[in-house]
Design a protein around this ligand. Structure first.
Ligand code: ADP
Length: 441
């Protein structure tokens, strides 16, 4: 694991490096300007700006290239990403050497900025590659210092910063070189030690996560099988109770009729529970949902029709308003209709007689916002974070309505998240609730 390359998330880290480089470009321009204008030290500013420009150009090229490979996602993406990270760091070291050379060489205190590159390399690359980059940085440093020392390269004296040029002073060169090179390698040693440990931990967590996912899948399969069997038996029981209740098997006395009616009701409730359980398990197990274009307007109207009678029974005012711009979106129509119907049914269920339920659908450009509000019992602050959990029912809901599965909202959440949307609730106990859904078109 010593040389474990940080392939997971490497692309994101390279984007981070690209963002840092934009800051570096701005930093170079700002520093050159300040040194010249404020500190009055003459610099080869045009050359330094040109290097900053080159830095910006290759940063842009890398940004576009990375976007492309990320989109195409070739099978050897990790290898490509590794190579890109290595090339970028090498180019950065070259640019930094050029910047340092044109602004004082070994006399420039910014020479220690090489350390940042070592830390970046340790985060992005394997331990071996990081040491290679440290060696490359050392080689560039020695080359620059020697060429200036032997006058093969012009030395750009920092007039006004150092009293007299130090680039040919052997003791100074030796001192800075020892400090510089040891700092580079120490930085790589420390940063890689930390990042290798972090990567190992990350790997262990990922493996544990995979294992949990697999266990969850096994559990879901088990639940699916069991609830399917229970549903079959329940259907059979219901099939036996119905003719008895309808008197097809002979007249029942009132006591018998009451008992059979109650059994039939309980069977019905158990059946809805098992159906909900089957549904959420199926959604969880299915890798992809079948999607296609459909009219959200019609779908929402169907959902309203579904609860209209129940709202009327409770003397409630049920209204809706759909933005004229809202119509066709892409998704799993049946599931979306069911989700909206579910939220409306909950609003009707948890709102006392004479209350109001209102649905608004607004166009938000790339997405739609569906809001279902009621003047019902509301949800307490403590319950809000838990109501989307499977089987969870708030105390006030249980007091008002004994029956419920606590599965409706978890199904809704699963469906909306499968559509890359968001669902949340705003509520105040005793005043009412608003369920919000953002759905990408
Ligand atoms: P169920 O309604 O069967 O209990 P749900 O998953 O649909 O299950 O809802 C979970 C819980 O969220 C409910 O038990 C209730 O506590 C709360 N809840 C959902 N909708 C509302 C609402 N409109 N007003 C108040 N509480 C609600």
């Amino acid at each position: 694991m010593e040389n474990l390359a940080p392939q997971e998330g490497l692309i994101e880290r390279i984007y981070w490096l690209i963002r840092l480089r934009w800051i570096a470009v701005a930093g170079v321009i700002f520093t050159v300007l300040s040194i010249e204008k404020i500190a009055n030290i003459p610099l080869r500013s045009l050359t330094l700006y040109t290097i900053a420009f080159i830095l910006g150009v290759y940063n842009l090229i890398f940004f576009l290239y990375l976007n492309r490979i990320k989109r195409n996602s070739p099978p050897d993406l990790p290898t490509i990403a590794n190579r890109v990270a290595n090339i970028q760091i090498s180019l950065d070291l070259l640019s930094l050497t050029a910047l340092i050379h044109f602004s004082g060489g070994i006399e420039n205190p910014f020479i220690f900025y090489f350390i940042f590159h070592m830390i970046i390399a340790s985060i992005l690359l394997s331990r071996r590659a990081s040491y290679l980059q440290a060696t490359f940085a050392t080689a560039l440093f020695i080359l620059m210092v020697s060429l200036e020392y032997f006058n093969f390269l012009e030395h750009h004296y920092l007039n006004g910063f150092v009293a007299y040029s130090l680039h040919a002073n052997k003791i100074y060169i030796l001192g800075i070189s020892v400090a510089f090179i040891s700092t580079l390698y120490l930085a790589v040693y420390m940063a890689t030690s930390i990042s290798v440990k972090l990567r190992q931990k990350e790997k262990i967590l990922q493996e544990a996560n995979l294992l949990l996912e697999e266990k969850d899948r096994i559990k879901s399969n088990y639940v699916l099988r069991v609830s399917h069997d229970i549903k079959e038996h329940l259907s059979a029981i219901q099939g036996c109770l119905d003719p008895v209740l309808q008197g097809l098997t002979g007249e029942l006395n009132p006591g018998q009729k009451d008992l059979v009616r109650r059994s039939s009701e309980r069977t019905g409730k158990l059946m809805s529970f098992v159906r909900a359980l089957l549904e959420i398990t199926r959604i969880k197990l299915s890798k992809e949902m079948e999607t296609g274009p459909f009219s959200l307007r019609k779908t929402a109207e169907n959902a309203v029709n579904f609860v209209e009678a129940r709202a009327k029974d409770k003397d409630m005012r049920l209204s809706y308003n759909i933005d004229p711009a809202v119509d066709v979106i892409t998704g799993a129509q049946i599931y979306i209709e069911e989700t909206i119907a579910n939220l409306l049914a909950n609003s009707v269920k948890y709102t006392p007689k004479g209350g109001r339920v209102d649905m608004k659908i607004k166009d938000k450009g790339d997405s739609v916002l569906i809001q279902i509000s009621d003047t019902g019992i509301g949800i307490s602050k403590d319950d809000i974070p838990r109501i989307f959990d499977e089987f969870y029912r708030a105390k006030n809901a249980k007091a008002l309505e004994r029956d419920g599965t606590g599965l409706g909202l978890s199904i809704a959440k699963e469906v909306i998240e499968r559509h890359k949307g968001k669902i949340w609730v705003e509520s105040e106990e005793g005043k009412g609730s608003t369920f919000n859904i953002v759905l990408p078109k």
